[in-house]
Write a new protein. Structure first.
Length: 215
């Protein structure tokens, strides 16, 4: 009995879509955990001290980099991950630039506490959550694209960036609704800024007592 080629291809594509749905659920879960945990954390540098404010400002810069970086990635991949192997633009520097910018955004969010250590812990935590998702995606892409993906793996690092590997596309097929959706989702990163400011004020007023102080 011969297998149906379309079914063979559909299976890894369906698996890839399931992994991407899990990624979105993981992001939602992480965001909820952050909102619950952050009022209990604070930096050793008090609010409005130079060190505290500098770390917060640096975090805002990282958040903006994450938002625009994710939009840049969407311009190139545009929802075609399960259909085409994208290896140009940011995907020529790293096999997972979308995740890399998400890690940067997570560090920026953690920096809103004014603590460098919490910022790094947020980045490491995001990496730990998404690494299994990345590995699952790679297995699905290997099944879908075979030798092409193996060649891509040899040229481009999993995270990178490898600047010397840069290559661009002559033409981009832009899907505006996906780009706007990515920008909209990225605004979630910005929403944490007023939330953190509110937490700072609650802690200053004594309405919320932090349990953990970190440098």
């Amino acid at each position: 009995m011969t297998s149906n080629p379309s079914n063979t291809i559909a299976s890894p594509r369906q698996d890839l879509r399931r992994v991407q749905r899990r990624r979105k659920l993981a992001i939602a879960g992480i965001a909820l955990l952050m909102l619950c945990a952050l009022p209990l954390m604070q930096s050793l540098a008090q609010v409005e001290m130079f060190t505290h404010e500098t770390v917060e400002t640096g975090g805002i810069v990282l958040i903006l980099i994450a938002i625009f970086g994710r939009a840049w990635c969407t311009l190139y991949i545009g929802g075609r991950k399960a259909r085409d192997l994208t290896d140009t633009g940011p995907y020529s520097l790293s096999r997972n630039p979308l995740y890399m910018f998400s890690f940067i955004g997570a560090v920026g969010i953690g920096a809103q506490t004014g603590s460098l250590l919490i910022a790094l812990l947020f980045g490491v935590g995001a990496f730990g959550v998404f690494l299994p998702v990345i590995l699952r995606e790679e297995r699905a892409l290997e099944t879908l694209f075979g030798a092409c993906f193996e060649d891509y793996k040899a040229r481009v690092p999993r995270f990178g960036p490898r600047i010397g590997a840069w290559r661009d596309a002559e033409i981009l097929e832009v899907r505006p609704h996906l780009l706007w959706r990515t920008l909209r989702d990225g605004l979630v990163f910005l929403m944490v800024i007023p939330i953190f400011e509110l937490i700072d004020r609650l802690q200053i007023s004594g309405l919320v007592d932090p349990l953990i102080y970190l440098p």
